[in-house]
Design a protein around this ligand. Sequence first.
Ligand SMILES: NCCCC[C@H](NC(=O)CCCN)C(=O)O
Length: 419
Amino acid sequence: MADRAELLLELKQTVSQCIEEAKAKLHTLSKDIWSCPELAYEESRSHDTLVAFFSQEEGWKVDSHFKLHTAFRATWGAGVSEQVNVGFLCEYDALPEIGHACGHNLIAEVGAAAALGLKAVLENTHGKLPVQVYVTVLGTPAEEDGGGKIDMLSEGAFEGLDVVFMAHPSKEDAMYLPCVAEHDVTIKYHGKASHASAYPWEGINALDAAVLCYNNLSVLRQQMKPDWRVHGIIKHGGVKPNIIPAYAELEYYLRTPSRAELHVLKAKAEMCFRSAAVATGCEFARNKYDNMLRNAVLEKLYETNGKALGMDFTTDEDVLKNESGSTDFGNVTFAVPGIHPYFYIGSNALNHTEEYTVAAGDDRAQFFTLRTAKALAMTALDVLLNPELLQRVKQEFTEAKLKEDRTLTGEHTELSDKH
Ligand SMILES: NCCCC[C@H](NC(=O)CCCN)C(=O)O
């Protein structure tokens, strides 16, 4: 045991050192992505930048346009049986108009840095590890819109992974922040145009339907559970004041803490859509985001490594209890045990603001970004050196998934009876 502890400490120190030695090219990688923000499924330049990055690194097998046009996979390892396959995820999609206001350029850097650091260590363990290791980096586009990981899950991109890691920029360090289930919906109303002054009575006003829909949803909130969310915009409300709008369109996000409750909220919301007009079309998005299946074993390991590196994990109950939005990584956690911690980037700015875009591109974010990568790579080493620990990770995943699946069917029945 002492030998294993000493080896682990030595390897963790080497991980840190290797990541530090690569910091210049990692910073360039992150800045290149940050400086050319691309929207979901349109991240061609970021894809090419990351593919080139791993292609220039020795020993990586790189699959560009992997499962999705702007996704990629980079793998390293012997590819023999009895191996442990460790996954690191890179996100790199930006937001409309405000660019990398969620710091996904830093998510990509963390994933690349952790993978580089772990690989550098593994190349020099010369059989000291109890297992063969395969390192897989998945470039997973379109988190902010569409859910690229969900598409990739259905295409088998995550098959064979034993554990998966990523981390998300935030305004504090946290092992976990509540991530909720979410489903987008586009609501379309069709009316009939007419001259709004000369013959208004000939028109059928689609914008009126959209306004009624908006108001229906606003009053629905009084009867919603406090941790449910319904929020949206009117994307199209007409072209000119003197033309009765023949078309109106709204986009909404519906969110509930668990997958099981989402269908209840969707049914209530759909009644609001439909009661606003005689005829309406509403199209739910292809992909539904799941809540996150936590893994306390991995979270604890990450916390220990993070604290050793100087992280100051928030203990603010308001922060830890408040939902932090949704992510398609939630869907991944129902297929592979994983963690998605949050990391401070040297700014108190809030995600999805222009201030956060500036912070994500600031040199000050680098220290915190590399520290996070080190903590993830160290957490991977913890489970690689201790097969019993990996077994506990998988056991917790299996039990949590079983419990969620029972809730999904049980609550589904119970909630549908009630509503
Ligand atoms: N289908 C749209 C999903 C929007 C995802 C978006 N994700 C984030 O902001 C990252 C949150 C990480 N906890 C959201 O609005 O939640």
